[in-house]
Design a protein around this ligand. Sequence first.
Ligand code: DOR
Ligand code: ZN
Length: 359
Amino acid sequence: MIASVNQISLLKPDDWHLHLRDGKILKGVLSHTADVFCRAIIMPNLDPPITTISQAQEYKKRIIQSIPEGVSFTPLMTAYLTDDMPAEVLERGFREGVFHGAKLYPANVTTNSSYGVTDISKVDNLFETMERIGMPLLIHGEVTDFNVDVFDREAVFIERHLEPLLRRFSSLKVVLEHITTIDAIDFVENSEFDIAATITPHHLHINRNAMFNGGLRSDFYCLPTAKREIHRIALRQAATSGKPCFFLGTDSAPHTRSFKESSCGCAGIFNAPFALESYLKVFEEENALDRFEAFSSINGATFYGLPLNTERITLVKKNISVPQMIDVGLDGDPNDFVKPFHSGETLGWAVRGFSEMGE
Ligand code: DOR
Ligand code: ZN
């Protein structure tokens, strides 16, 4: 990585956790990621979810068809685990290079997770196969128990499910996705197991107060929810630590206005348009610009056993205004726009000029 006061040049990053959706919106959201990132792990929580090899291949094709001209971007597909997923499908999909991992959504934990796993101990056959073939298990680590306080659901998941799972399958390769707590940081960095974690931009910038600032703000509602300030501070330390077990995963999750501004607003923050700038702000504030490349472009690929990217990207120190709303190419109705993370704010680093944003 080459850094000076006004500019920073690094290996092109990858996004190890991304929601692209499907249909018309796919193209409108994809360009924001493909312009900047070389590869992304694509979440399978469509409706219906990606549970077969052919579904993943077809979805991958639709993604590739939506990549802007002249842009090179590789989607890394994942399988959605269900109670009755045949282990053979995981094994074949992984060996054929279609699946790069499988995602565990505890049933009903988040958006489109109703087809998820209802009892983790009942799919040990899948974990056994994944451990044997070295296929990464990507986990949405929250319990769904209504009696557990929503802000404790990650910590309780680690204790009730993750630790026992890793004791049963001690060589299983696990990514604990979008971690939000000191409990998760401690667990991952001190683990004797093969586990890493992704950290989102929003969990580095906001704490849970953001959801209740002068009213109920669904734009800051995501799952797992942001937690207390002490957790945010710890996440910033973990992300900027340079430790190989922490890497970039935006969890960019677009929902149009009509789904956010609702009496039952959807969970998810669309951070793809300024994700890199958002992370970089944190690294600058933490005096850790020299560790940014490890987090954004090295640790994830290393964990997944993939080659590092060879292309480079340059960010320049320059004020950029984040638009209030992004038109994601639906029908032009403002109810179908998506609010980007940092909407209306000014950020201090730019990957590209504002005019190139497709405004
Ligand atoms: O906030 C979230 N949004 N968390 C998730 O786990 C899913 C995602 C989505 O798909 O909208
Ligand atoms: Zn996600």
